[in-house]
Design a protein around this ligand. Structure first.
Ligand code: NI
Length: 161
């Protein structure tokens, strides 16, 4: 495994591109997923999407320190969402900033694991926010695009994703 360099917004337009669907569930994908998890933990983030490490594939890793532990999402699609909640977010690609964003309260995501096996996951709270944040990255969207209020200078519990 290896730590990969996290792309910072403004230094590379890869964060603005639409990531490609993964078709090959091979060793290369497994290495990417393992490296992304290591990179996320090293940066003390709760989520990381492949474009943030310069790879334009529909891949994300998440660990919000709940009962799920590390979640690997390949080709994730949010198939249900309901409710609305506004809370602070940060992003490893936008260091040192925080902002509030409106997100669904509950979602259902369908994705594949590293071997191509499909699964369905229902999420609420921080996990739901994190999944939405990472899926946005796969479509070239950064949370600052949706930011309601910049809360960089306020005390928040915001995690970086
Ligand atoms: Ni992010």
């Amino acid at each position: 495994m290896a730590i990969r360099k996290i792309v910072v917004l403004g230094e590379d337009d890869i964060l603005r591109k639409h990531a490609r669907v993964v078709e090959k569930f091979d060793r290369r994908l497994h290495t990417l997923l393992s490296d992304m998890a290591e990179t996320m933990y090293e940066a003390q983030g709760v989520g990381l999407a492949a474009p943030q490490v310069g790879i334009l594939k529909r891949v994300a890793v998440i660990d919000v320190e709940d009962e799920h532990g590390l979640i690997e999402l390949v080709n994730p699609v949010i198939v249900e969402s309901e409710g609305s909640v506004v809370g602070p977010e940060g992003c490893l690609s936008v260091p040192g900033r925080r902002g509030t964003v409106e997100r669904p309260e509950r979602i259902v995501v369908v994705a594949q694991d590293r071997n191509g096996q499909s699964f369905r996951l229902e999420a609420k709270g921080l996990l739901a926010v994190c999944i939405c944040h990472e899926v946005d990255h796969l479509d070239g969207v950064v949370y600052t695009d949706k930011m309601i209020e910049d809360v960089t200078d306020q005390e928040t519990e915001a995690k970086e994703e």
